[in-house]
Write a protein that binds this ligand. Sequence first.
Ligand SMILES: Cc1cc2nc3c(=O)[nH]c(=O)nc-3n(C[C@H](O)[C@H](O)[C@H](O)COP(=O)(O)O)c2cc1C
Length: 364
Amino acid sequence: MPVYPALRRLLFGLEPEAAHGAGMAVLRTVQAVPGLAAALARRNLVDAAPLRQMLFGREFPNPVGLAAGFDKDARVVPAMPALGFGFIEVGTVTPLPQPGNPKPRLFRHSAERSLQNALGFNNGGLEAMRRRLTRVYPAVLPLGVNLGKNKATPPERALQDYETLIRGLHDLCDYLVVNLSSPNTPGLRDLQSESFVRDLLGLAAGITKTPVLVKIAPDLAPGQAAALAETAVAAGASGIIATNTTTDYSLVPGARGFGGISGRALREKSFQVFEEVAKALFGRAVLISVGGIDSGAEAYRRLRAGASLVQIYTALIYEGPSLPRRINEELLALMKRDGARGITDVIGADREGVKTPPAPPAPR
Ligand SMILES: Cc1cc2nc3c(=O)[nH]c(=O)nc-3n(C[C@H](O)[C@H](O)[C@H](O)COP(=O)(O)O)c2cc1C
């Protein structure tokens, strides 16, 4: 009998941020009890040969990852295999700790299976992140760290914030993400310009060989996403993550006029932007699709469109901790149905004329 619907009723009785805190407390317990995380991982982590792939010099047991923002301070990395994820992205971390925006700043739109958040990079900052990652890295699963600028940093000093973060964290993860797409830090999305991206990636290349990915917004004008992604990859980015949350408040009746919307309401918009990027870049960069993914069928669509990996956040809240396992089991069934022997047969299958999967970047 599924347990989560009952548990969700309890959690949804709490204010959304309190519910998140309760979930984090459970995950901290899971990792504190000796043997518990490993036992749950044996049950939930689908590690089947057809789902495995090498990327960034690491083996990913499956393509379903935890999106940024759930574990902003890398507090529950050891618990993540227990949920069945194939990789984890922590952050967004900023150079200095900051409290984020005033509460309330996280809202449910349950009928639309969506969330709206205006958290504003509440996090413990670079030094705390370094301390925690030093204890857990290298992790059981491939680990990404998502980087953002402090709210108080003026735009002309944004590059220095990213430089500080890259220098401080590049040796403690398998990939870095420069987040230029959160709607909750004033001016951040303005950094999605070709000149900033070129400067940033050039700077990163001089500091580290750790792969750097760029995370983009779903609200870029048509053509802009592909152009920006092209610029990023030409300047040395190893990949693109599409997308962050949307500020298109028309997607949800009763949406507030601030923050970013995630979940089902974002799905098609996110897919369209991802596809635009994939048409331009498939085969030349690692593409990660995120936004409204809540089933194996939807993950399969993203993989066929050119994603090597997918990430989830909002659907985890609505569907519960068995979702990553379910998505992976459904992926295996779809692959079997279509005669795909491995995930690389699936990745990019819908990209006309391009049959070769993206070459994995050389190991560090
Ligand atoms: C509460 C919340 C906090 C988030 N915080 C971050 C963040 O700190 N950095 C980031 O890059 N994305 C953040 N995101 C965006 C997610 O990583 C993801 O891109 C987006 O929610 C779309 O995926 P989903 O529909 O599966 O939730 C956040 C999303 C939510 C719902």
